[in-house]
Write a protein that binds this ligand. Structure first.
Ligand code: NAI
Length: 250
């Protein structure tokens, strides 16, 4: 079986990815800031907003890995600096450090349907993607501040752009695939925060287009697929898992 690192494993989508991957025979090493209430092959409690905590985690992980699912995330109701750190800078730091251990494997990042407007700020997202590390990224963001009310969208867009841009050199030099998934609304504890973030009107409008939000296991299926060898020629994509919500805009 494969050895996978799954972040955000204590709740929602991460929890379901761990369950499904273990069902398929993978060895799952879970990571979360909160303790986890399920059977895992290993678990590391770590704050993925803190580069030092991430370095300690990296030191504790095995020398060989087959996959990394970056699922931990915070909503836009959180402090924008925290959104930047968890949803982008910390995720990138962890991925870059684990890259040499992942040869032949795969990284899946959880973006969002709310990152769909990435092309509108492509120059900024490229510039941020080109910063070499956590500290430089944070410095760049101090010089190029992000509006607090759209910080969640901004860092999901940035994640989509960074993933796509790194998929090619990573694939070439380390034989690692890098993909995103973009869920629409999912029944997890974060969903209430999106109502606060976007306003009840937007959430009601989305709900009217779809019969229901996704269940976390429906999103997990797509992530586990992208981590598997069945997806061996899928690289650099952003896969919507939204029941067709994004397509309703066309
Ligand atoms: P959730 O709130 O159920 O799970 C998020 C997990 O990330 C929690 O277990 C939390 O403890 C962990 N986490 C947060 N900050 C952390 C930190 N600093 N260090 C370590 N762990 C941390 O939410 P859900 O829905 O499972 O979210 C997973 C991902 O899916 C997130 O990236 C979210 O932005 C994304 N997403 C969720 C959607 C939804 O409607 N639920 C829609 C689109 C994307």
């Amino acid at each position: 079986g494969k050895t996978l690192v799954v972040t955000g494993v204590a709740s929602g989508i991460g929890n379901e990815v761990a369950r499904l991957a273990r069902f398929h025979g993978a060895r799952v090493i879970g990571v979360d800031r909160h303790p986890v209430d399920m059977t895992l092959d290993a678990f590391h409690q770590a704050d993925l907003s803190d580069p030092q905590a991430i370095d300690a985690l990296i030191a504790a992980l095995p020398a060989r890995l087959d996959g990394l699912a970056n699922i931990a995330g915070v909503p836009g109701t959180a402090d924008p600096a925290l959104v930047a750190r968890v949803n982008y800078l910390g995720l990138r730091h962890l991925s870059q450090a684990l890259l040499p251990r992942l040869t032949g494997g795969s990284v899946v990042n959880v973006a969002s349907i709310l990152g769909a407007a990435w092309a509108e700020r492509l120059a900024a997202h490229r510039a941020l993607a080109d910063t070499p590390d956590f500290a430089a990224g944070e410095q760049w963001l101090t010089a190029n501040p992000v509006p607090a009310e759209s910080c969640y969208q901004y860092f999901k867009e940035a994640l989509i752009v960074w993933s796509a841009r790194c998929s090619r050199p990573w694939f070439a030099s380390h034989d690692v695939r890098v993909n995103c998934v973009a869920p629409g609304p999912v029944f997890t504890p974060i969903l209430d925060d999106f109502v606060t973030m976007l306003g009840p009107d937007r959430v009601a409008a989305d709900a009217a287009k779809m019969k229901r939000p996704a269940f976390a296991d429906e999103v997990a299926e797509g992530i586990v697929f992208l981590l598997s060898d069945a997806a061996r020629w899928i690289n650099g994509v952003n896969l919507p898992i939204d029941g067709g919500l994004a397509a309703t805009a066309l």
